[in-house]
Write a protein that binds this ligand. Structure first.
Ligand SMILES: Nc1ncnc2c1ncn2[C@@H]1O[C@H](COP(=O)(O)OP(=O)(O)OP(=O)(O)O)[C@@H](O)[C@H]1O
Length: 229
């Protein structure tokens, strides 16, 4: 469970990016985070990744306040997250398989098992046939799916995707959202910042977090029978 209580984030230059954000997210939830440019979406994801710490308030992950975590605990927590970055952060000259295997570099396991896990993740995103292709030769959409495979290969508790539909047409945006949402399970929470949540099938339950000038409001689909987007 992720619980934020009156969490604020002020950057060093004094910018108030998050203003007393309070929200509770249960395990296995599908979450859409929306809001205008500069409203604080990425800042919220950075907090969840432990890349920034709250300036005020409490952010609790499971049983621990993130500000109380020691280095080791923070590292273990980060390893339980599968991040999908806006700009993918793939190594262009390496194969899709090698890039996905990098998602497991912290595992002290033998190479063969890591390779099998990476191939399985590529299969899940429909790219097994491109496993040995160099990333620079992949299409934009394929590279994005490699980035998703790298995020899910570690079987994370939390998948964080920052604007995965930003540069996609409607058809591909739906495919990517559906793919990301498919990783939502009892114990896997999927949080996606997107402007395209309304493209998902109507019967999907999710939490909608709206950001506006650093403030957050939260609604759960199904609470009132109304769809949120
Ligand atoms: N490292 C930083 N230092 C100072 N200010 C920052 C920093 N990162 C972001 N900001 C500011 O914090 C506010 C929130 O930014 P954030 O990137 O979280 O917004 P966003 O909703 O993700 O925007 P976008 O949709 O454009 O990606 C903005 O005013 C932004 O300029």
């Amino acid at each position: 469970m992720i619980s934020a209580k009156d969490v604020s984030l002020v950057y060093q230059d004094g910018t108030l990016a998050l203003d007393k954000v309070s929200v509770t997210l249960k395990e296995g939830e599908l979450v859409f985070l929306t809001g205008p440019s500069g409203s604080g979406k990425t800042s919220f994801l950075k907090l969840l990744m432990g890349m920034e710490l709250p300036t005020a308030g409490n952010l609790t992950i499971g049983e621990s306040a993130i500000t109380d975590m020691g280095r080791k605990e923070l590292r273990r927590y980060r390893q339980s997250i599968g991040p999908v970055f806006q700009e993918f952060r793939l190594i262009e000259k390496r194969t899709a398989l090698e890039n996905v295997m990098l998602g497991l570099r912290f595992l002290e396991d033998y190479e063969g098992r890591i390779k099998d896990m990476a191939l399985e993740a590529l299969n899940k995103v429909g790219l097994l046939h491109k496993a040995y292709g160099c990333v620079e030769q992949l299409s934009f959409g394929e590279a994005q799916r490699v980035a998703i495979a790298r995020a899910v290969v570690r079987k994370p508790d939390l998948i964080l995707a920052d604007e995965p539909t930003g540069n996609l047409d409607q058809e591909n945006a739906v495919k990517i959202l559906t793919l990301l949402a498919s990783f939502q399970k009892e114990n896997t929470t999927v949080i996606i910042t997107t402007h395209a949540a309304h493209l998902l099938p109507e019967d999907r339950e999710f939490v909608h977090l709206r950001m506006e000038s650093g403030k957050m409001s939260a609604e759960r689909s199904g609470d009132s029978g109304e769809k949120l987007l």
